[in-house]
Design a protein around this ligand. Structure first.
Ligand code: FMN
Length: 425
């Protein structure tokens, strides 16, 4: 892992400027969205930037960080500062992880591998998406020295759940994150207007197609007689979709075309991948199948947080999925203090959704989170500049955070966590 010092980061950017070199990506994480637009197809951009309904939750996620103010303290010798963070028995270089983001091959051919290399270069953990473009074993091989977690979508097949968890353990993941808020896809207007869902083109299903249990399910697949397959007219779009599917699916293009297996795999996926019947009782199944810490992602209500603790879960990610699931939901940063009040300081809480600056990180920590995750910013950076872009996002955010810490008079994460924020009057 290379040095994450803020002053060095600042210095290297300004010095490069003397030679006429600008940073590879905009320094403002919010500005990345517009910058990425020209580097992605319309449908890929819509898939990443979009949210549930009319986007109110996305806006609230940002606005609510402004509800809190940091009150900097002076003359505290901040010549040194340490961002090291303890999380589930491991020491991280900083309180930051990359959130699981699916289908990254839509924006860059190296997809998850480029992100993994950026994590390896910075020491920042990567949470592998259940909807990744690259099987977890390959991604893990690209970051042998850096912490990795696996994010699970609980499908209709418990055998598949067990198999994915077992693979995650085998490839060195140190925690399992279960995403609870996506037992169905939200009403995503941007994607609906493009009539675009990547999974139907065999994109973002690499964890499934590389799984022995899923392959068995493909063999056993039968069309659901109650859901007739739509008749499709031959068109350029259809040919393009079939081409993408054949190319994306493991194996040779012509072999896939002959066997029709990709089509069958997509149908199997559609039949199994969400599980609206998921409930609290099922968590014990996971507990029986792994000794890794289990972290529930998507908690917003204090009662759910308490229930998770009762169920023996090891941690929570306070998250509204970046505003992609429920329009008009409360922001993660608004939910956090109530959850801390309910579960107390000993339960490990992470936060994502709307984190875009060092100040946001600081506020989340001061309000009780142990670490934060970012989603869209690194996906945009990947689109713009591949691994270099993702690395730059991590380094910029951490430099911003470190300076926010030191300029507020804090030398350690413990001191940030002990700070009190001032609510805006
Ligand atoms: C394009 C995209 C794909 C995502 N895919 C997943 C996923 O596969 N699993 C998951 O748990 N969360 C997924 N998320 C949600 C992120 O993990 C995270 O909760 C969210 O992006 C955080 O908000 P932010 O984008 O404002 O940083 C996805 C988010 C985006 C934008």
């Amino acid at each position: 892992m290379s040095n994450l010092s803020a002053l060095e980061r600042q210095r290297s950017i300004y010095l490069s400027g003397v030679g006429g070199q600008r940073p590879p990506i905009p320094t403002d994480l919010e500005a990345l969205e517009e910058a990425a637009r020209g580097h992605t197809s319309r449908s890929a951009f819509a898939y990443i930037a979009g949210g549930a309904g009319r986007g109110e939750t996305i806006r609230t996620n940002r606005e609510d960080f402004s509800h809190w103010r940091i009150q900097p303290r002076m003359l505290r010798d901040v010549s040194q500062a340490d961002m090291k963070t303890e999380l589930f028995g491991s020491t991280l270089p900083a309180p930051l992880l990359l959130a699981p983001v699916g289908v990254l091959d839509m924006v860059h051919s190296e997809a998850d591998l480029a992100v993994a290399r950026a994590c390896e270069a910075t020491g920042i953990p990567y949470i592998y998406s259940n909807q990744a473009s690259v099987p977890m074993e390959d991604t893990a091989a690209a970051m042998p020295n850096t912490a990795k977690w696996f994010q699970l979508y609980w499908s209709k097949s418990n055998d598949l759940v067990a198999s994915l968890v077992q693979r995650a353990e085998a490839c060195g993941c140190s925690a399992i994150t279960v995403t609870l808020d996506t037992t169905m896809l939200g009403w995503r207007i941007e994607d609906l207007d493009q009539a675009y869902l990547p999974f139907l083109r065999a994109r973002g299903i690499a964890q499934y197609t590389s799984d022995p249990v899923f392959q068995r399910l493909v063999e056993e697949y039968q069309d659901d007689p109650d859901t007739p397959q739509p008749k499709r007219r031959l068109s350029l779009s259809l040919l393009k979709s079939v081409y993408t599917m054949m190319r994306t699916y493991p194996g040779s293009f012509w072999g896939n075309l002959r066997s029709g297996r990709p089509m069958k795999a997509v149908r199997t996926f559609v039949q199994t991948y969400t599980n609206p019947a998921l409930n609290w009782d099922q968590l014990s199944f996971l507990r029986e199948h792994t000794s890794l810490p289990i972290i529930l992602k998507g908690i917003l209500h204090p009662d759910d947080a308490l229930r998770a603790v009762d169920a023996g879960m090891d941690g929570l990610i306070v998250s509204n999925h970046g505003g992609r699931q429920v329009d008009g939901a409360l922001s993660s940063i608004e939910a956090l203090p109530r959850i801390v009040e309910a579960v107390g300081p000993d339960v490990t809480l992470l936060l994502d959704s709307g984190v875009r600056s060092g100040a946001d990180m600081y506020k989340a920590l001061a309000l009780g989170a142990s670490a934060v995750c970012i989603g869209r910013p690194y996906a945009y950076a990947l689109a713009i500049a591949g691994q270099t872009g993702v690395e730059a996002v991590i380094r910029n955010l951490l430099a911003d955070f470190e300076l926010t810490m030191r300029l507020s008079g804090k030398r350690s994460i413990a001191e940030v966590k002990d700070d009190f924020l001032i609510p805006r009057s």
